[in-house]
Design a protein around this ligand. Structure first.
Ligand code: UD1
Length: 420
């Protein structure tokens, strides 16, 4: 198993470019199943989660090939003439939670789907009840047993669906299913993340009729069929936020390219509160870290609140800030797997329930630590940048799930990091 070895306290400089969004690419790849024709998706980050999703699409009968063109990232052409709705036969479904996003398109196209409970990071229970309630409202009969979920319908019919919680995945699955339903569907209390808007834009490019994506009331008028399309995914806002923290951890100034600054608002606002200077351009930001980072409190919330995916990376920054910060995680119940590892590096950090209290220290010290989940792993890389001496991080397969060639990219701005 590979490890990252990082020697900390180097000053960073130069510019770094963000890849396409993982969390947009996954639902958009699932949405290609809605059309019989070919879609080509550009800007896809070539990550393990994407490979797993491609394997699932292939297992369902789609043809997947790489495509030339597009500014950066991977281009993938997907053609889905005939589909097999039995996802339970596919090997990779346990590996990524996003595998469940093929359920909506399959139900819409094939009128049935059989799928196992999804996997993912060990950050909480992560049920799919909201997805299933929505499918039921659209007219599907749902049965569960032996670790599988089956949904069947004669036809999907538009309905008004109120989500108890603005779940990103449920909003995406229901938007996809409703796009081929008869009549109008209204999703109330929908998630409003930028990735929802990206998916709606792709479905609309295919001939769908979705309005209101990006607000908590989404209206979908079902159409008879959708056509494959070419589409480029948005940049990854969490990758951008991670690099901004990297600059702050090392009191450096860097430019982060290929971003949509509007998507970074909740992170930029919080970073400015800690004293970091951030200048916004059209598609780039410059992060100029103050000598002293002030402690700040955060509470994770659905967009446009502070993103749960940045909770662990921001916690790393707070370990070296001056003062006490209180971090409250409201989205996932077990997203603190990085805390004991940060403590090994000298952080004064304690968790109680869903709250973490961090007393900033002058400096961290390198140690042997383990990544247990994707964003918690990124938090350890960030902590290593501010640490005296060498840090060895194992479990980096979790980090590779969400950051493409993180070691190579960080090396270009001056991080002393090797993969061994
Ligand atoms: C997506 C992102 C993930 C991010 C999360 C929240 C992808 C591939 N992943 O995950 O990186 O951290 O949004 O911004 O896009 N819930 C239920 N029942 C459901 C569905 C969700 O109780 O049917 C709960 C979950 O357990 C969790 C909360 O709702 O506590 C948020 O989950 P959700 O918004 O659905 O996140 P994901 O789509 O899984």
């Amino acid at each position: 198993m590979s490890k990252f070895v990082i020697v900390g306290q180097n000053s960073l400089e130069g510019s770094i470019s963000v890849d396409g969004s993982k969390n947009s690419s996954l639902p958009i790849l699932a949405a290609t199943l809605l059309a019989q024709g070919c879609s080509t998706i550009y800007g896809i980050p070539s990550l393990a989660d994407i490979q797993n999703m491609c394997n699932i699409l292939k297992c369902l009968g789609a043809e997947v090939s790489t495509a030339k063109g597009g500014a950066s990232g991977l281009g993938l052409t997907i053609s889905c003439k005939k589909l097999n709705p039995d996802v339970s036969q596919c090997e990779n479904t346990g590996l990524i939670r996003a595998s469940f996003l093929v359920a909506g398109p399959l139900l819409a196209r094939c009128k049935k789907v059989k799928i196992s409970m999804p996997g993912g990071c060990p950050i909480g229970l992560r049920p799919v009840d909201l997805h299933l309630k929505g499918f039921h409202a659209l007219g599907a009969k749902i049965s569960t047993g032996h670790g599988f979920i089956e949904a069947k319908c004669k036809n999907l019919t538009g309905a008004v669906i109120y989500l108890d919680f603005p779940s990103v995945g449920a909003t995406e699955n229901l938007m996809m299913a409703a796009s081929l339903a008869t009549g109008q569907t209204i999703i109330e209390n929908a998630a409003i993340e930028p990735e929802i808007v990206d998916l709606a834009n792709f479905i609309n490019a295919m001939g769908g009729q979705i309005t209101g994506a990006g607000t908590d009331l989404i209206k979908i008028s079902g159409v008879k069929e959708l056509d494959g399309q070419g589409y480029t995914v948005i940049p990854d806002r969490i990758e951008a936020g991670t690099y901004a923290v990297a600059a702050a951890m090392t009191n450096s100034k860097i430019q982060i390219n290929n971003v949509i600054p509007g998507h970074l608002k909740p992170m930029i606002a919080k970073m400015r509160e800690t004293g970091i200077e951030i200048t916004e351009g059209d598609s780039q930001i410059t992060v100029n870290a103050a000598d002293k980072i002030k402690a700040a409190d955060i509470k994770t919330l659905p967009y446009p609140g502070f993103p749960t995916d940045m909770q662990a990376p921001f916690s790393s920054l707070m370990t070296v800030a001056s003062g006490t910060s209180i971090i409250v995680e409201t989205i996932f119940e077990n997203r603190f797997l990085h805390i004991s590892e940060l403590a090994k590096m000298g952080a004064n950090i304690k968790a109680e329930g869903r709250t973490v209290v961090i007393e900033g220290v002058k400096s961290l010290t390198g140690a042997k630590v383990r990544a247990y989940d994707l964003r918690g792993g990124a938090a350890l890389v960030l902590a290593a940048l501010a640490s005296e001496g060498e840090t060895e991080i194992s479990g980096i397969e979790h980090i590779d799930r969400g950051y493409l060639k993180l070691d190579e990219k960080l090396s270009t701005i001056g991080v002393n990091i090797i993969r061994v």
